[in-house]
Design a protein around this ligand. Structure first.
Ligand SMILES: Nc1nc2c(c(=O)[nH]1)N[C@H]1C(S)=C(S)[C@@H](COP(=O)(O)OP(=O)(O)OC[C@H]3O[C@@H](n4cnc5c(N)ncnc54)[C@H](O)[C@@H]3O)O[C@H]1N2
Ligand code: MOO
Length: 400
């Protein structure tokens, strides 16, 4: 059996980023920039005041108790039309354009006003409280680089750069096929010997959270006809993810039916726990990731393989490196499969992370997966570990 690292390398080898599309700024949240985004406007766009106060010529306020004549006002969005001359000042507000002729702002707490006369009561340094045009960035500065994941702060920056649209990667369309005669949709009548599909909704959620567009193909029966018809519906998607029917049972038909349709199998079965019967191949250029049916196996493989694939399809660095932590309790020596144990993750007052694996690690325990803060990674043949030993963990998004 190949290792997790080799499997990951092979899964990522054939993936190219999706095509680009132009979207309006509000729709760009969570998308990945496909081209550098460059400012169409400087920031600030002009010299502006950083305080509410008075725009002055520094030379007029060099001495203590300077008195100036107020000749007008500059408000945000309402500049003063004239020019300040010797001994003159303009009432100014935060964000308002500097009055022509002025080079400094005195905050109003440092002044005393009497009619049209203002007295500077506190000595001032020249040039204070002015934000010069372009102090943040200039026209043409490409501050958002291709490959950037766009969050709220980047959306704000793009808006400040006066970019109402951005060129981003198309959301990867990921087909999800759940399989099994015993599987029903949540909310449907559940007969004896039936089980509700948790894999379909969980996979759709992980895909949507990672910037993809889940396409639910539905639940295929354990029959060649049903599987065959539903697999065909994946044509045109960027990736097909199946769950269930991946093992060696008489009704584990997924791989057979895919092979009939022309699957070029890359690998089946890898040295991982949970998730050993993981399968990967290409069906007429569509990559196919065959996840085991056990819900925890399916989701662990989704975190370890599907997430990096989604990132690669969007032009992001595929693998987010694991994080260093300490063991919160003892663990047994590992066998030859890389183990991903569901664990609690706590941050201690000194800032260090402590991972404590749950006692039940069965791959059908969905409650444990939902409660986990991380997956504790146990490399093949890792010796037994005790509390305090260094380990690597994969923190889970929204981890408890
Ligand atoms: N003789 C062997 N048996 C098994 C082996 C093996 O090496 N030799 N491997 C085991 C391992 S490891 C795993 S993991 C499972 C994988 O089995 P399949 O991928 O074939 O999955 P199924 O048999 O279809 O289902 C397993 C389990 O998961 C439940 N399931 C399936 N789909 C869903 C879904 N959408 N939502 C929730 N639960 C689902 C299903 O009812 C079964 O209980 O094989 C072992 N066997
Ligand atoms: O992939 Mo399985 O989860 O080891 O039972």
């Amino acid at each position: 059996m190949i290792t997790v690292d080799v499997a990951l390398e092979r899964v990522l080898a054939g993936l190219a980023p999706t095509a680009t599309e132009v979207v309006a700024l509000p729709a760009a949240l969570g998308r990945v920039l496909a081209e550098d985004a460059c400012a169409r406007l400087a920031h600030p766009p002009s010299d502006v005041s950083a305080m509410d106060g008075y725009a002055v010529r520094a030379e007029d306020i060099a001495g203590p108790g300077s008195r100036l004549t107020v000749i007008g006002e500059s408000g945000a969005g309402h500049p003063f039309a004239g020019t300040i001359g010797p001994g003159q000042t303009v009432r100014i507000f935060t964000g308002a354009p500097m009055a022509k002729g002025a080079d400094s702002v005195v905050m109003q707490e440092d002044t005393a006003r009497d009619g049209d006369t203002v007295t500077i009561t506190v000595p001032q340094a020249a040039g204070r409280h002015v934000r010069p045009q372009g102090a943040d960035f200039s026209v043409g500065d490409c501050l958002l680089k291709a490959g950037t994941l766009l969050g709220p702060r980047q959306i704000g920056l793009a808006a400040a750069m006066n970019l109402p649209w951005l060129t981003v990667r198309r959301r990867p369309r990921i087909a999800i096929l759940s399989t099994g005669d015993e599987i029903v949709m949540p909310g449907d009548p559940v007969g004896t010997a039936q089980i509700v599909s948790s894999n379909g909704p969980a996979l759709a959620a992980i895909i949507a959270q990672a910037g993809g567009e889940p396409v639910q193909l539905g639940i295929a029966k354990d029959s060649r006809d049903s599987l065959s018809a539903m697999i065909k519906a994946a044509a045109g998607c960027d990736l097909l993810v199946t769950s269930g029917g991946a093992s060696v049972g008489d009704y584990d038909l997924v791989q057979d039916v895919l092979a009939e349709q022309g699957l070029e199998l890359d690998f089946w079965k890898i040295a991982i726990r949970p998730g050993k019967p993981l399968m990967y191949g290409k069906l007429k250029h569509v990559p196919v990731l065959g996840l085991p049916g056990n819900p925890v196996s399916a989701m662990v493989c989704a975190y370890v393989f599907l997430l990096p694939m989604l990132r690669a399809l969007q032009g992001l660095t595929p693998v987010v490196p694991p994080v260093a932590a300490r063991l919160g309790g003892p663990v047994k020596a590992n066998d030859g499969r890389q183990d991903y144990q569901r664990a609690r993750l706590e941050r201690r007052p000194d800032g260090s992370l402590v991972a404590t694996p749950f006692p039940r690690q069965d791959s059908a325990v969905v409650s444990g997966l939902a409660a986990a803060g991380c997956l504790l990674i146990r490399p093949p043949h890792a010796p037994e570990g005790k509390e305090g030993d260094p380990v690597l963990v994969m923190p889970l998004p929204d981890g408890g």
